[in-house]
Design a protein around this ligand. Sequence first.
Ligand code: FPP
Length: 229
Amino acid sequence: MDGNGRWAEERHRPRLFGHKVGVDSVREIVETASEIGVEILTLYAFSTENWNRPTREVSGLMGLLKSYLRSELRTMMRNNIRLRCLGGQDRLPADVGAVLRQAVADTCSCQGMILNLALNYGGRSELLGAVREMARKCQEGVLDWGAISEASISDHLFTAGQPDPDLLIRTGGEHRLSNFLLWQSSYAELYFTEIRWPDFRKQQFLDAIHTFHLRQRRFGRTGVQVKEA
Ligand code: FPP
């Protein structure tokens, strides 16, 4: 969800104003995704690197997150949306962690779209955690190192049990992954747009999905093989 800061600066407003309007985009995209039948939507809300931002911006973002979770809980439950969190929750402020855990618990039996919030998330640190956990299991004799497979690595990530993403959208004009779902995105279709996140609304989301549908996903095969399959 990139581009909030620049969107605000271009309007001579504080960066936090961009994040605030960005929350309106979050609402609209979550609602649209759930409406059109997206099974899993993951929003990269705060990275492990975002702690390096000015303290005011970090606390402003945490405040927005808390009020979003509080105000949207009912709507999520009404729309049968199950909230999950990707990332280590230990570093989040205690009040945000508590609201988040409550929202995750309250929506745990919802059967509709899964909404993953990536918070204090970093792809490399996620992989490091998985490697450590598997090494520990090997040492304890509950995992055989020779039996470690791609599937067992996936099973040790925050997204365990979920399929890999099909489409990865980055707003705000940057062309990089910024440590997002590094393992899971190996075959995701990448969609980069100049549009800043606060301006990324229903129509822009539908445009991205339309572009996705025009792509041919070959997974290493030839185009002829894909057409014949
Ligand atoms: C990146 O834009 C955006 C973020 C680091 C925060 C995104 C958070 C929200 C939209 C609000 C809270 C989240 C939820 C789910 C309610 P940037 O600040 O890096 O923009 P810039 O590149 O233009 O500076």
